[in-house]
Design a protein around this ligand. Structure first.
Ligand SMILES: [Zn+2]
Length: 68
């Protein structure tokens, strides 16, 4: 959806890219006091949303913590 700019659920092209900040809620909690930011891609028609962790360092943290 991030790359196609089209919703995979309803095929809408009204796909918004919401930058990560605390008010948009684009955060993934990875510990009691730690969170990584994630860009939110939202379909404005059906509400489907997906999150993208764009920062490689944050992905490395998630990999270390959760990838088994
Ligand atoms: Zn949709």
């Amino acid at each position: 959806m991030k790359n196609t700019k089209q919703c995979p659920k309803c095929s809408s092209k009204s796909v918004a890219s919401v930058p990560n900040d605390r008010s948009s809620g684009g955060w993934i909690q990875i510990g009691m006091f730690r969170a990584v930011s994630a860009r939110l891609i939202v379909c404005c028609d059906c509400g489907y949303a997906e999150q993208w962790v764009e920062d490689p360092a944050s992905r490395a943290t998630i990999r270390k913590r959760y990838l088994k």
